[in-house]
Design a protein around this ligand. Structure first.
Ligand SMILES: [Fe+2]
Length: 396
């Protein structure tokens, strides 16, 4: 899941969104085009007209006739065969035909390929399903037996229906298909590349982390009471950064910076670090130098931006009474202010040779009381929230 989370970072989401918007725009164009293409038509003409320019031509001819009877009177029976020719260059469907006969006389005896309704001299024809569609340049036939006094030879026609256009007829459809394939291929390649990069990044991360751990453990392990201190400070700093809304990459960086915050202690003598009693001013000054030494050590560590500042300024106080430079407020780099809270919290939450760790209540009191004094008030509040929510465990 975390791989997927990394694949869909802000940049990739932007490009995916652009691709989706383009795809959807083309889709809308295609739908509109198809709907527009499926427009209705209606043509009206007479059988005596020149039908050369009529897009949907209709003709009805009498194929045979005979004498017949209707209501005891002599009439003519005739077979009328009709043809519809689609010359529109497009497929048509849902067509209807209205034929105006020369006279209102007679009745339909039988029919084929459709149903008929004769009212006066108006004959309405609705084709059966199987002749409902007429492909381009094709014909459909129909017919009926009409008994009437005369045999009719001239008619007026009105044919209506709908043009059918298929999405394949539009270039935009093929653009969509090609784009979809391209998107799919690019997405798969991109995802595979991202996963590969992520695996490599995690591997590199692990090497860096383990190297740093080896180094900081060698510092923390010198004193029984500070064992694991740097690792815990790094964890707290990351939780604070996460609570403050930093992104995943920034949180990861702050973890590394915090891990190295006390690296300057490597040159401080054991006798001073482990001294159980009160320190003399000189000794205190010497220990405080771990910030300056750490800052110098990390000066060349340019691949981890902020590492130097984290080591150099993590003992600065928000009110300017810290060391080594007496910076105050927001002049202290943010990472150093976060480490300051995380570092002090771990000190208060751990046993020392001269005192036991503080209880939860006391610890929160210390954080509150030192808001704006030692700690950045916002970061202290953040830490209190993390403690209250149980995300940071306080020793009993
Ligand atoms: Fe420190």
């Amino acid at each position: 899941m975390s791989y997927i989370k990394n694949i869909f970072n802000k940049k990739s989401i932007f490009w995916i969104a652009c691709a989706v918007i383009l795809w959807m725009a083309l889709m809308v164009i295609l739908i509109v085009s198809v709907n527009k293409g499926n427009s209705s038509f209606s043509y009206k003409f007479k059988s005596t007209d020149d039908l050369k320019d009529v897009p949907v031509e209709v003709s009805i001819i009498v194929s045979q006739s005979w004498e017949d009877k209707m209501d005891d009177r002599n009439v003519m029976g005739a077979e009328y065969d009709g043809t519809v020719i689609n010359k529109t260059g497009k497929e048509i469907n849902d067509w209807r035909l209205t034929v105006t006969l020369p006279a209102a006389d007679g009745y339909i005896d039988s029919s084929w390929n459709g149903t008929y309704d004769l009212g006066g001299n108006i004959l309405n024809f609705v084709p059966d399903r199987y002749v409902y569609t007429i492909e381009k340049d094709s014909t459909r036939t129909f017919g009926f037996i009409l008994k009437s006094e005369y045999i009719y030879e001239t008619f007026e026609y009105e044919i209506s229906g709908k043009y059918v256009t298929y999405k394949e007829e539009y270039p935009v459809y093929w653009i969509l298909i090609v784009l979809s394939i391209v998107y799919f291929v690019v997405f798969v390649m991109f995802a595979a590349m991202q996963i590969k990069l992520e695996i490599r990044r995690r591997n590199d991360d692990e090497i860096i982390r383990q190297t740093m751990m080896m180094f900081v453990n060698s510092i923390d392990a010198r004193d029984e009471y500070t064992k694991g201190h740097s690792v815990r400070v790094a964890e707290y700093a990351q939780l604070i950064a996460g609570e403050m809304g930093f992104d995943q990459e920034e949180v990861r960086k702050i973890g590394y910076i915090a891990l190295l915050h006390d690296c300057g202690k490597i040159v401080i003598q054991d006798s001073l670090l482990k001294k159980p009693g009160k320190l003399t001013p000189d000794e205190r000054h010497e220990i405080q130098q771990h910030t300056v030494i750490g800052g110098k050590m990390l000066e060349g560590f340019t691949s981890l931006k902020g590492a130097r500042e984290g080591a150099l300024y993590h003992h600065e106080f928000y009110n300017g009474e810290g060391y080594p430079e007496g910076l105050n407020g927001k002049d202290i780099p943010l990472t150093a202010r976060i480490i300051c809270v995380a570092d002090s919290f771990d000190a208060m939450n751990s046993d020392r040779c001269y005192r036991k760790h503080l209880g939860k209540q006391r610890l929160i009191e210390e954080l509150v009381n030192n808001r704006g004094i030692q700690f950045d008030p916002d970061i202290a509040d953040c830490m209190i929230r993390l403690i209250d929510s149980g995300k940071i465990h306080v020793s009993d």
